[in-house]
Design a protein around this ligand. Structure first.
Ligand SMILES: Nc1ncnc2c1ncn2[C@@H]1O[C@H](COP(=O)(O)OP(=O)(O)O)[C@@H](O)[C@H]1O
Ligand SMILES: [Mg+2]
Length: 396
């Protein structure tokens, strides 16, 4: 059998047709987005942990903004960006590229002056590289610059949708915080009608950092936080994804992978992708599923647990406690049960080790339950167990 492409996209925003869940959050987001398209500038801060699905949600919302609210949508990734000016130039560059082939392209191109160049074979994309002083001016007059663009596109489009993703570097800059605050104030004072929706996207602690620099931003942003998917949504996803490549999945196999996904989108894709390549026929059974879980555990463990745990804890006692914690491959463990498995030396350092794992973001306490711990990712104990088995194999 020749395998086509995997429908799974670990680490990349999910394609629109496989997007699941987020119903309530979408409703709320669409509300703000539509407010914007009718002229009231809105600001949203979308937060959530790594791999929980922020970029995917932004991508999905953007397509709604384009199709249903007739907006021009851009989604800018600002991973390495450290200054407000860089951000501004990225925003304009994206708008420019997004407008290619549209009626208004020539009109807005004029606004950018001589600083637009086409790059790549056949001029595939455009770069916008204004000189320093020009960019400073654009940054300072950001509302006016956006307003000029809106004026040019007005007869075709109802507004601008701007998603600023991975603002992690910028959130720690007081310059950015203050710039954003003045942007919002100026818009409020100078423009009655400003159909621009802006959504910042980042980790939860980035919001705290930003608001710390400029407290009045707390009143500017509507915070939307996203969390794990429900089991039903995970099941819906796997059904859609495997159906799209004409593969069926046995009920028991489904239960197993649902369990190990723990509602975490990034894990769901790693498991699905692993199974896709392991499976040899048109039905996924429990064996395929289990092999897929092990393979995904290896991928995820190598990426997250090796650098954060195995390379940072050198103590043999800690290593041996870790092996015992992972022994059952279960996501939850209790102090009471664990202590029974430990020797005297291990018992003495158990609490310290547990705090260390918490600090490293590997486990969490369950609120209101003393002495009960849970791995943040149900696949972590699987990796720990696999690694232990491998070590035993090697020491034979
Ligand atoms: N709603 C969803 N439905 C299906 N897959 C999703 C969904 N959200 C995220 N994913 C998948 O989960 C992984 C992490 O998503 P991503 O949007 O990159 O998260 P974040 O931006 O929060 O780090 C990606 O592989 C993506 O394809
Ligand atoms: Mg992302």
């Amino acid at each position: 059998m020749i395998k086509g492409d995997s429908p799974f996209t670990p680490g990349k925003p999910v394609p629109l047709e496989l997007f699941v869940g987020r119903k309530n959050k979408l409703e709320e987001l669409i509300h703000y987005m539509k407010q914007s398209s009718s002229g009231k500038q809105e600001n949203v801060f979308l937060i959530g942990n790594r791999g929980i699905g922020k970029s995917s949600l932004a991508n999905f919302l953007r397509s709604i903004a384009e199709k249903e609210a007739n907006m021009v949508g851009i989604h800018v990734f600002l991973g390495g960006v450290k200054t407000t000016e860089e951000l501004v130039s990225h925003v304009f560059e994206k708008i420019l590229n997004e407008s290619r082939g549209e009626n208004w392209f020539k009109k807005i191109q004029g606004l950018f002056g001589d600083y637009v160049r086409s790059v790549g074979l056949f001029g595939i994309s455009l770069t916008f590289e204004p000189p320093k002083d020009k960019l400073k001016g654009l940054t300072k007059n950001f509302p006016q610059a956006l307003e000029s663009i809106i004026t040019e596109i007005e007869s075709d489009k109802d507004g601008l949708f701007i998603a600023l993703d991975d603002i992690n570097g910028l959130a720690n800059s007081s310059d950015f915080a203050n710039w954003y605050k003045s942007f919002v104030d100026e818009v409020a004072i100078n423009f009655n009608d400003f159909p621009v929706f802006i959504m910042l996207i980042g980790l939860p602690d980035r919001r705290d950092a930003l608001f710390h620099h400029q407290e009045s931003l707390t009143r500017v942003f509507n915070i939307i936080e996203i969390d794990s998917l429900s089991d039903t949504e995970v099941e819906e996803f796997y059904t859609k994804a495997f159906n799209s490549v004409d593969v069926e999945i046995h009920e028991n196999a489904m239960d197993l992978i649902k369990n190990f996904s723990g509602g975490l989108p990034v894990v769901m894709h790693e498991i699905g992708d692993a199974i896709f390549y392991i499976n040899q026929d048109d039905l996924i059974d429990v064996d395929d599923a289990l092999d897929g879980v092990f393979e995904a555990a290896t991928r995820i463990g190598t990426k997250y647990l090796e650098p954060r745990v195995y390379n940072t804890i050198s103590s043999n006692l800690y290593q041996s406690i870790l092996r015992k914690i992972g022994n059952s491959m279960s996501q939850v463990f209790t102090r009471k049960e664990m202590v029974k498995e430990l020797n005297e030396k291990e018992k003495k350092v158990f609490d310290n080790f547990v705090s260390k794992l918490k600090q490293l973001g590997i486990i969490q306490t369950i609120s209101g339950m003393k002495g009960v711990y849970s791995f943040v990712n149900p696949i972590y104990p699987v990796y720990i167990q696999l690694r232990t088995l491998q070590e035993e194999e090697e020491s034979k």
